[in-house]
Design a protein around this ligand. Sequence first.
Ligand code: FPP
Length: 244
Amino acid sequence: MTSGSKQELPDIKNLPVHLGVIMDGNGRWAKKRGLPRLAGHRAGMKSVKQIVNSCGEIGIRYLTLYAFSVENWLRPKAEVTGLMRILREYLLKEIDELDGKGVKIVASGRIDDLEKTALKILKDCIKRTQHNKGLVLNLALSYGGRAELADAVKSLSKDIKSGYLNPDKIDESLISKHLYHPEIPDPDLIIRTSGEHRLSNFLIWQSAYSEFYFTEVLWPDFGKEDLMRSLNEYQGRERRFGRI
Ligand code: FPP
C-alpha cells in the first residue's frame, strides 16, 4: 500500500540529477500475501514501469535501479532463473514505449555473467536507445560496488602495464573515470524501500555525498506518490559537501 497524503509536485529546478534506487522488499510483499517470492519480483516490475515513467515525466536525467546484485547470484537457482526471465520480459514488453519516450538504456555491472538471452536482449535495447536524449535508465545488473572498484583497479593496472599511465597520476577523478559509467554524475539521492537502512554494495564510491531516503514501503507498493514524497524531502535538505 502506498502511504500518506497526496504529494505536491517537487520544484523542478531543484531535482536530483541522478537518482539511485535500491528496490527492496519484493520477497516480503509476496510472503505477506502467501505468494511465491517471484510473484513479488513480478509485482516489482510494475513499480519499475511507474517510477521510470514518473522520472521521465518530471525531468530526472539519470535513474539507476539496483535490479540484480553480484550477491544475488547466491539465491536459489529457481529465483535467479525467474529474475532473469522477468528482466527479459520487462525489456521485451517495454522497449517500444521506452524508446518512444526517448529513454536511453545503459547497464552497470558484470553483465557478461547474465543469462545468455537476457544479455542479448539487454544489449539490443542498449544499442537501439543509444542516441536517445531523454531519461538515462541505468540498470545495475550483476552489480556490486566493490566489484566495480576491483574492475576499475584492473583497468588502471592495464594502463600502467602498457606504459600509458604513470601511477603517480592516479587521483580520485581518474578512479571515477574508470568506473562503469563515468559520464553519469554521482547520485544526488538514493532511495531504499522496505525499511532497511543499508547501502548493500550499491554505488559505494559514487555515494560519498549522496542524500539518503529510507521508507518502510515495500518496493511493489512504491508508486508515484512515494517518489514525490522522497523528492520533496530531498528538496528540503541542505547539502554542504563537507563545507559549512
Ligand atoms: C530485492 O527484494 C529485489 C531484488 C533482488 C530484485 C529487484 C528486481 C525487480 C524489482 C524486478 C524487476 C526489475 C527490472 C529492472 C525489470 P528482495 O527479494 O530482497 O525482498 P525481501 O528482502 O523482502 O526478501
